[in-house]
Design a protein around this ligand. Structure first.
Ligand SMILES: Cc1cc2nc3c(=O)[nH]c(=O)nc-3n(C[C@H](O)[C@H](O)[C@H](O)COP(=O)(O)OP(=O)(O)OC[C@H]3O[C@@H](n4cnc5c(N)ncnc54)[C@H](O)[C@@H]3O)c2cc1C
Length: 507
């Protein structure tokens, strides 16, 4: 029997399955669709996702098959007002100081290939119909490809089944939020014009929004825009011809072919809970928001990574089931913040009325360019959008502070003094880092207890990243800091694990 039944083989379910297999946990992955999605949907793979992919050795293939966007250009009412190169602000923050573009259909294909190499194939045309959670397991009723029904039982079930999640519905969990009045469109096009320069272009106009993402090939791009309220046709019956005027006029695009066009409504919702007993929600099943910031898929992948090591620890008996509570407490807070932020930005960008128009088309062109030229503002924007700022400070698994780094933070990445501090994270296990000199007592304790200890020569780059010389940092299997302490006492580690009912290995 598989320890975990995963419902839905979108990016969230595929990454969860890969991670669980990485930890040696048996999984079953079902999807009601007969084949993987064929539309490109999510294009942006954020820097934090690439960092997390290092633990699965996946980042190389994503970088090879996708392509890198070096800068964002801001246009207001048809005029280019600012250019923000990523590398200038982020090359010391992450190994990935750019926006990676990799269409979702190709991304899912890559994840499925890797999963197959780990012995798991997606069971297609297999639909979850109903769930019955019990104390020792969850009963699931499935419809098989031939139409017959199957009852199966799994210790844990994870609903990665998208915005209309059957799992969420079966748990009776609310999905509060709302739906924007605007209709979005998405179009993959071939064409010519100044914006086909491999960079991202965002144009603000009167109550209107248009983003141009470069696709592979010098003359292909994805347009994401809002349909003007005054557009005559019903959203469902619109074609690219109905909406193209704005793009052609403002950004001087010449469109030669339209490969894909679709319209959709955007919702902003977060489920009331991400866990109910032995059942979890992850990805779009748990939270949805505007796709404009390129966050949705990346957040689902972040959920999957957060949940995977915890489920694996509980299945293998190195943690009690209380560890599973920390999944919701860590991820729901981030999802709520993200939905609120994308809502604020989207509301500003699309607010109707004369004052809003004036702010966007008169004030923004004056205020925004000098503002985004400030290094600190650009760094903040990069940290936010790339998700490297996501942290679990103040949560039950996070403790202490050393330098500017607190328990719950992403370990700052530093490649200096001949050593890359993300290298040991590939092991995806609990480990201790010391930047400076590890004291003999700590070294003996770690050796005796088979706790990996990694020492790094302390350099100015470590200080710049906020790490403190000779301090102790305990890292979780997902690379977040669990405990940060200026003192190197092994007793701190013993107490950290004991207080949370955790063990760092399977001995
Ligand atoms: C046009 C568009 C553009 C977007 N652009 C971006 C972007 O640039 N960046 C970004 O990060 N995000 C973007 N998104 C959002 C992104 O596509 C989603 O966040 C992402 O697909 C969520 O992944 P998921 O695996 O959680 O859910 P999904 O991809 O929705 O996958 C759910 C899976 O569950 C299966 N399923 C559903 N019900 C059942 C059932 N009862 N039994 C079995 N299987 C079931 C479905 O068949 C599906 O395969 C975009 C979305 C759209 C629509």
């Amino acid at each position: 029997m598989s320890a975990v039944l995963i419902v839905g083989a979108g990016p969230t379910g595929l990454v969860l399955a890969l991670w669980l297999r990485r930890f040696g946990v048996a999984v079953r992955l079902i999807d009601r669709a007969s084949a993987p999605g064929t539309t490109s949907r999510a294009l942006a793979v954020q820097a934090r996702t690439l960092e997390l992919y290092e633990q699965l050795s996946l980042q190389g293939a994503v970088l090879e098959r996708g392509h890198q966007v070096p800068a964002i250009n801001l246009w207001v009412a048809g005029r280019q007002r600012a250019r923000l190169p990523f590398v200038a602000v982020s090359s010391t923050l992450t190994r990935y100081p750019f926006l990676e573009i990799f269409p979702q259909d190709e991304h899912e294909q890559l994840l499925s290939e890797r999963l197959l190499q780990r012995g798991v194939s997606v069971e297609r045309c297999t639909e979850l119909i109903a769930l019955k959670p019990g104390a020792s397991g969850v009963q699931a009723r499935l419809r098989r490809p031939d139409g017959s029904e199957e009852c199966c039982e799994a210790p844990y079930v994870v609903g990665c089944d998208g915005a209309r999640s059957r799992v969420r519905e079966q748990l009776g969990l609310d999905f509060p939020g709302g739906t924007y009045r605007q209709v979005f469109y998405v179009a993959d096009i071939e064409g010519r014009g100044a914006v086909f320069n491999g960079e991202l272009h965002v144009d603000l106009d009167e109550a209107d929004f248009l983003a141009v993402f470069p696709l592979a090939g010098s003359n292909r791009a994805r347009l994401i825009g809002t349909v003007r309220d005054g557009c005559p046709a019903q959203a469902e019956s619109l074609s690219f011809a109905d909406v193209q005027g704005r793009a052609l006029r403002s950004l001087e695009l010449q469109v030669e072919r339209v490969h894909w066009f679709s319209t959709y409504h955007v919702h902003h919702r977060v489920a009331a809970h991400f866990r109910s007993g032995r059942v979890f929600l992850a990805g779009d099943a748990a939270h949805i928001h505007s796709p404009a910031g390129g966050q949705g898929m990346n957040t689902g992948i972040g959920d999957a990574v957060n949940l995977a090591w915890k489920l694996a620890a509980v299945v293998k008996g190195t943690a009690g089931s209380a560890l599973l509570d920390t999944y919701e407490s860590e991820r729901i807070a981030f999802a709520q913040r993200l939905v609120a932020t994308t809502d604020r930005v989207f509301t500003f960008v699309t607010a109707a009325g004369r004052v809003a128009d004036l702010v966007r088309t008169r004030l923004a062109p004056v205020v925004l360019p000098p503002l985004v030229r400030l290094g600190a503002v650009r760094e903040f924007l990069f940290r936010t959008v790339s998700q490297i700022m996501v942290n679990y400070r103040g949560r039950p698994l996070s403790a202490g502070r050393a330098g500017r780094v607190r328990g719950g933070d992403r370990l700052p990445w530093v490649d200096s003094g001949g050593a890359d501090n993300y290298e040991p994270l590939h092991a995806a296990c609990w480990q201790v880092h010391v930047y400076g000199e590890a004291q003999a007592e700590l070294a003996h304790w770690c050796a005796a207890q088979r706790m990996p200890l990694h020492g790094f020569t302390f350099t100015a780059a470590h200080a710049g990243a906020g790490l403190r010389a000779h301090a102790l940092y305990l890292l979780r299997p997902d690379g977040y800091v669990a405990l940060a302490s200026p003192a190197q006492q092994p007793d701190l580690l013993v107490r950290y694990f004991a207080a949370r009912g955790l063990r760092w290995n399977e001995d």
